[in-house]
Design a protein around this ligand. Structure first.
Ligand SMILES: *Cc1c(COP(=O)(O)O)cnc(C)c1O
Length: 364
C-alpha cells in the first residue's frame, strides 16, 4: 500500500514526450490586419466547389464509410496506383502515428532528422522506442550518410521529410537512392511528402516513382497544405499492399468524416487548379527568399510553403518583433519558420526583418 502513493497510471515513456507549445498570437495592433504565418496553412481562399460540397446535407446520425471507398478510388485514379496501395486517415498525422504504432515498441529504434516535424519524436516516445535524431547538415538538409550510420539491428523505422519542415530543402533523387541502398529491407522508410506540391527543384526525389523501386517505402501525404483543407483532416499513405494492410489495422475507425471525404474528392477533381495554386505560392516564396537574401539573411533552400530563418538565440526576439507587427510566426528555438501568406503579410515581414538586422547585426 505504501507504494500506491508513488504509482501513476501513466506509462513512463510519457516523461520524454514533449508537451505541444502553441505559437504566440499576433498582437492586435491598431490599423494592422493580423496575419497567421505560423502553421503553413494555405492563404488563398478555398477552391471553387469545396464550400458547396460541405453545404450538402448529410445524416449526422450515420457513420461515414469506414473504408472511404470513393475517396480511395479518387486517389487511386489520381496517383495511378491500385486501391490496395492507399490508406487514408485524419491527416498525415494519423498516418505517421499509425506507422509508428505498427513498427515501434520498447527496445526498438527510430532514426529521424533534427530539426524536423515535431510529431516524429512524439510518436516515437509514445511507443517507447529509442530515438535517434540525426542533426541536419550546415545547409539544413538531411545528413543521409549519418542517418544510414545510425541504423542498427534494432532500427525498425526511418523518417525522411522532403521538403523538410521546418527548414525547407528537399532530398535529391540521387541522395535518396544512395541512402536506400544502405537501408536493410526489414527497416521501414517513411518519405513524408506533406509539401511535395510546392517543390520546384527538379533534382528532388519523387516518392511516387520511388515506390516502384523500394518495397519498404511508405509515402505520407496530406490534403492539409497544398489543397488548403487542413481543417477537414484528410491525409493518406501510399505503399505496397503488405504495408498498407498493417497500417489499416492501426488506423482510427471512421476518422475521416463524410463531409471531409466528399470535399477531398472534390479537391482531387480540381487537381490542376490545386497544382497551379501551389505554383503561385512557390513563386511568392522564391521572391520572398530572394528579398531576404538581399537583406543579408542566410536563408536555406525553401521548397515548401514556408521559409526558415536560422536565428539561433535571437529567435524569440525575432518572434516578438513579428508579434508586435501583428504577425504570428513559428519560433522553434533554433530558428523561426515563416509560412508564405498574402503579399501584404510578406511585405510586412520583410520590413520587420530589415529593421531587425539593423538592430541586431549592425556591422553586417
Ligand atoms: C503538416 C504536416 C503533416 C501532416 O499534417 P496533417 O494536417 O495531419 O495532414 C505531415 N508532415 C509534415 C512534415 C507536416 O508539416
Amino acid at each position: 500500500m505504501t507504494q500506491a502513493t508513488t504509482k501513476s497510471p501513466f506509462r513512463s515513456a510519457l516523461a520524454s514526450v514533449p508537451t505541444y507549445k502553441a505559437g504566440k498570437q499576433p498582437a492586435a495592433t491598431s490599423g494592422l490586419t493580423p496575419y497567421k504565418l505560423s502553421s503553413n496553412e494555405h492563404y488563398l481562399p478555398p477552391l471553387p466547389g469545396i464550400l458547396e460540397t460541405l453545404a450538402e446535407p448529410i445524416n449526422p446520425a450515420n457513420y461515414p464509410d469506414p473504408s472511404a471507398t470513393a475517396l480511395i478510388s479518387a486517389l487511386s485514379d489520381y496517383l495511378q496506383v491500385p486501391n490496395d496501395h492507399i490508406t487514408v486517415g485524419a491527416g498525415g498525422s494519423e498516418m505517421l502515428t499509425a506507422i509508428s504504432h505498427v513498427t515501434l515498441e520498447a527496445g526498438t529504434e527510430v532514426v529521424y532528422p533534427s530539426p524536423s516535424f515535431e510529431l516524429y519524436a512524439q510518436a516515437a516516445a509514445l511507443n517507447g522506442a529509442t530515438q535517434k535524431p540525426v542533426k541536419l547538415t550546415d545547409e539544413f538538409k538531411h545528413d543521409l550518410p549519418a542517418m544510414a550510420d545510425a541504423i542498427t539491428d534494432r532500427t525498425r523505422l526511418v523518417l525522411l521529410c522532403s521538403p523538410n519542415n521546418p527548414t525547407g530543402p528537399t532530398i535529391s533523387k540521387t541522395e535518396f537512392d544512395e541512402f536506400m541502398a544502405k537501408v536493410p529491407s526489414a527497416v521501414l522508410v517513411v518519405l513524408d511528402e506533406a509539401y511535395w506540391e510546392f517543390i520546384t527543384e527538379r533534382a528532388a526525389v519523387n516518392g511516387l516513382s520511388a515506390l516502384n523501386d523500394y518495397d519498404n517505402l511508405v509515402l505520407v501525404r496530406t490534403l492539409s497544405k497544398a489543397h488548403g483543407l487542413a481543417g477537414l483532416r484528410i491525409g493518406y499513405a501510399v505503399a505496397q499492399p503488405h504495408i498498407i494492410r498493417q497500417l489499416r489495422k492501426a488506423g482510427i475507425p471512421f476518422s475521416v468524416t463524410a463531409p471531409s471525404q466528399k470535399a477531398a474528392i472534390a479537391s482531387l477533381e480540381r487537381i490542376a487548379e490545386v497544382l497551379q495554386r501551389a505554383q503561385t505560392v512557390a513563386e511568392v516564396r522564391d521572391q520572398f527568399v530572394t528579398d531576404l537574401r538581399g537583406q543579408g539573411w542566410n536563408v536555406p533552400d525553401a521548397q515548401a510553403n514556408f521559409v526558415w530563418l536560422p536565428l539561433g538565440d535571437l529567435s524569440t526576439a525575432f518572434e516578438d518583433a513579428c508579434v508586435a507587427q501583428s504577425l504570428a510566426v513559428r519560433n522553434l528555438n533554433d530558428g523561426v519558420r515563416i509560412s508564405i501568406g498574402e503579399p501584404e503579410a510578406m511585405e510586412r515581414v520583410l520590413q520587420v526583418a530589415a529593421e531587425f538586422r539593423q538592430q541586431h547585426y549592425p556591422t553586417a
